[in-house]
Ligand binder design. Structure first.
Ligand code: DON
Length: 307
C-alpha cells in the first residue's frame, strides 16, 4: 500500500520524460545555466504526507509562484477591500510582463502578472513599513507556507537586477498612476528578491498543500492565512495563474495553479492535496513544458479536474 503513490509518481515522470521542447528562461542569464534535464515531482496531502519522485530536493528559484503567496499576505495584512482598490482580478490574456491595466481605474488586471505582483509586494505589512520590511515579511511568510526557513539566491537576484528594465518601466508607470506609492526602484529590488527565493519541488508541494488545507500548513500545524484568504487566492490562481494559457489550463487540467520561470509549477486541490513539478525548459507562455504535460496526465488519470 505504502508505495502506490510513489510508484505512480515515478511512472508519471517516466511517461513525461520523452516530452521535449522549450528552453530555460534566458532573460535572467543565471537561469539559462541550469541543467535542463532536471525533473522532479512532489505531492503533499492535505493531512501532511509527502511523496516525491526524481529531482524533488533540487533547489531552484520560486519566481512567479511567489506571487500567489504574496497576494495572500497582502490580503492578510491590508484586508481584501484595500487590495482590490489597487489590483483587479481579471485575466489579462496577455504575457506576464505586459503592463495590463484596467482601463478606467488603472489598476493592474490581476496579481499574477508582474504589474499586479509588484503592487501586491508593496502591500505586505503595515502602511508605513519601509521596503526592507516587506522583503523580511515575505521571506517569513513564504517560509511559513513551506514549513522551513527559505533564503534568497543572491546570484539569481543580481542577475535579474541587471536586466530589470521591463519591471522598472512597469513600476514607474504604476507609480505615475499612484497604484504604487513607494519608490519604484525599491519595489523592483524587493520583488526581484522575492522571486529569487530558493525552494525545492518538495517545498512547493507543501506550500500548495497549505492552500489545499485552508491556509494551515499540514506538516507544522500552523495557520499561515485564513480560509477566506485562501479562497480569494485560489480563485485568482484558477483564472490567472497560467497567464495567457489560463483558458487551456482550466479546460485541460482544471485545478488552481501557478507557474514560475525557474521551471516550477504548483497546483492545489482544495481539501485533497498540493502537487508540484520542476523542469526548467519553458513554453512560449513561460510555463514549464514537462510540468504542463505532467499536470495534464495527473489531472486526467487521477480525476483531479474540479468540474
Ligand atoms: O519578474 C520576472 O520577470 C521574474 N522574476 C518572474 C517571472 C515569472 O516567473 C513568470 N512565470 N512564469
Amino acid at each position: 500500500m505504502r508505495s502506490i503513490v510513489p510508484d505512480y509518481l515515478a511512472e508519471l515522470m517516466q511517461e513525461c520524460s520523452d516530452v521535449t521542447g522549450g528552453a530555460p528562461a534566458d532573460y535572467i542569464p543565471e537561469l539559462a545555466r541550469v541543467d535542463r534535464a532536471l525533473f522532479g515531482i512532489a505531492l503533499t496531502t492535505a493531512d501532511g504526507r509527502t511523496y516525491t519522485s526524481g529531482d524533488a530536493d533540487t533547489l531552484f528559484t520560486i519566481q512567479s509562484i511567489s506571487k500567489a503567496f504574496v497576494y495572500a499576505m497582502a490580503i492578510r495584512d491590508r484586508g481584501l477591500p484595500e487590495v482590490l482598490e489597487r489590483i483587479d482580478v481579471e485575466p489579462s490574456g496577455e504575457a506576464f510582463n505586459e503592463l495590463s491595466l484596467e482601463r478606467n481605474s488603472k489598476r493592474p488586471l490581476n496579481p499574477m502578472i508582474n504589474a499586479g505582483a509588484l503592487t501586491a509586494h508593496s502591500l505586505v505589512g503595515a502602511p508605513n513599513d519601509p521596503p526592507e520590511r516587506w522583503v523580511e515579511l515575505i521571506l517569513e511568510g513564504l517560509s511559513e507556507f513551506a514549513g522551513r526557513e527559505l533564503d534568497v539566491d543572491q546570484r539569481v537576484f543580481a542577475s535579474e537586477m541587471q536586466h530589470a528594465h521591463r519591471n522598472l518601466a512597469i513600476a514607474h508607470m504604476l507609480r505615475s498612476y499612484d497604484m504604487l506609492t513607494a519608490d519604484p526602484e525599491a519595489v523592483v529590488g524587493g520583488y526581484t528578491r522575492q522571486c529569487a527565493v530558493r525552494v525545492t519541488t518538495r517545498d512547493l508541494s507543501v506550500m500548495a498543500a497549505t492552500l489545499a488545507n485552508g491556509g494551515t500548513n499540514p506538516i507544522t500545524g500552523r495557520q499561515v492565512v485564513t480560509p477566506e484568504v485562501v479562497q480569494q487566492t485560489l480563485s485568482v490562481m484558477l483564472t490567472c495563474g497560467m497567464y495567457d494559457s489560463a483558458g487551456d489550463w482550466i479546460t485541460t487540467v482544471g485545478i488552481p495553479a501557478k507557474s514560475g520561470v525557474g521551471g516550477g509549477i504548483l497546483g492545489a486541490l482544495p481539501g485533497q492535496f498540493g502537487v508540484a513539478t520542476f523542469s526548467p525548459p519553458l513554453d512560449e507562455h513561460g510555463n514549464s513544458v514537462r510540468g504542463v504535460a505532467a499536470f495534464e496526465r495527473l489531472s486526467h488519470e487521477m480525476g483531479m479536474h474540479l468540474m
